[in-house]
Design a protein around this ligand. Structure first.
Ligand SMILES: NC(=O)c1ccc[n+]([C@@H]2O[C@H](COP(=O)([O-])OP(=O)(O)OC[C@H]3O[C@@H](n4cnc5c(N)ncnc54)[C@H](OP(=O)(O)O)[C@@H]3O)[C@@H](O)[C@H]2O)c1
Length: 306
């Protein structure tokens, strides 16, 4: 049996269903992976709702999902570096990872290190590479102060840890329930909402060097108001503000490679990076999983397990 998430038209979570589909066959440079875990991301919801139809049109029926981790079940004739039984972390650009079986290009895979849980592995690709790109975009040096909005979310929780590794003083905007996790990871928690600029300057004074925005809704303006130079502001969501003010928009597309995935997996393996897993849902509960994500208060990642 091969179950896969499908939708036949744009719409809310109710257009999603788990269908029985044919077993896919890998091409010469591909492998077939039995999925152990597949992360979910807000961008997939935006695609499903039709909000990205101009940039990234959908052909129906559509599958869903990029992030995956699992075990190789078949290899294509030309694949030399992986074999049946290998445990891998990977990604697909074909909106297909939320399934029992997925065909993946062999150059979109890395081996799963022994201490990286299936859930963390399956949730790593989109959020991890996006955080990696965003932190790289703002060129942190030791002693810099950086602010991250959405600091405990899927992308933000990884970005704050990578920013710490770069030697920066990191301030994270988050809800009160996430402040302890941030403090435990060496991040100064700041409550968002009215008065946020005053709370930031009370801690950082006027020395704010960089800003990573993973939430949108005015944080690019706040960063400029705090005196951050446009080329040290990166937003992964507010493209209108970026176009207006000339700030950066480096995200998943700027770091979407097996090489970066491998670096992040190594950081997890060696205990330097944590991917908080907010909740694990069975594949059959895909609608509930995206309903949960839509609240925009996920701490870390939500994962589907076939
Ligand atoms: N451009 C790209 O390549 C790219 C890639 C990945 C994601 N994205 C986009 O980036 C955004 C974040 O993705 P994600 O996966 O990290 O989402 P997520 O896991 O749903 O995280 C949302 C975060 O937003 C925080 N938040 C809620 N209200 C806030 C407010 N008023 N001010 C500041 N933070 C607030 C939440 O914090 P609390 O729980 O602490 O309230 C939560 O941590 C999404 O819009 C997504 O589409 C873009």
């Amino acid at each position: 049996m091969n179950r896969a998430v499908r939708f036949e038209k744009y719409g809310d979570v109710d257009v999603l269903r788990v269908a029985d589909v044919d077993r896919p066959a890998p091409g010469a440079n591909q492998v077939l992976v039995r999925v152990k875990a597949a992360g979910i991301n807000p961008g997939e919801a935006a695609i499903r709702e039709g909000a990205m139809a101009a940039q990234w049109p959908t052909t129906f029926p559509s599958g869903q999902g990029s992030d995956l981790a699992g075990v190789i079940e078949e290899v294509g004739d030309a694949v030399k570096n992986f074999k049946v039984g290998d445990e891998i972390i990977g990604f697909t650009n074909n909106r297909a990872s939320q399934a029992d079986l997925v065909v993946v290009d062999a150059d979109h895979l890395v081996r799963r290190p022994a201490h990286v849980s299936w859930e963390q592995a399956g949730a790593l690709f989109v959020a991890g590479t996006t955080a990696y790109a965003a932190v790289r975009a703002v060129s942190l040096r030791a002693g810099d102060t950086v602010i991250v909005s959405g600091a405990a979310g899927g992308v933000g929780s990884i970005a704050v840890q990578l920013a710490k590794m770069a030697g920066a003083k990191v301030m994270g905007l988050a809800g009160a329930e996430n402040h302890a996790w941030l403090a435990d990871h060496g991040v100064i928690p700041i409550a968002y909402g009215d008065g946020v600029a005053d709370r930031i300057t009370a801690v950082a004074g006027n020395k704010i060097d960089a800003f990573i925005d993973t939430f949108g809704g005015g944080y690019v303006d706040l960063a400029l108001q705090l005196g951050v130079a446009p080329d040290r502001i990166d937003t992964i969501i507010d493209f209108a503000a970026a176009a207006k003010h000339g700030v950066k928009t480096e995200g998943n597309g700027a770091a979407a490679s097996a090489e970066v995935l491998g670096k992040l997996a190594d950081l997890i393996e060696t205990g330097r990076l944590e991917i908080p897993i907010a909740k694990v849902y069975p594949l059959a509960a895909v609608r509930e999983a995206y309903r949960d994500l839509a609240h925009r208060h996920t701490h870390g990642k939500i994962v589907l397990v076939p």
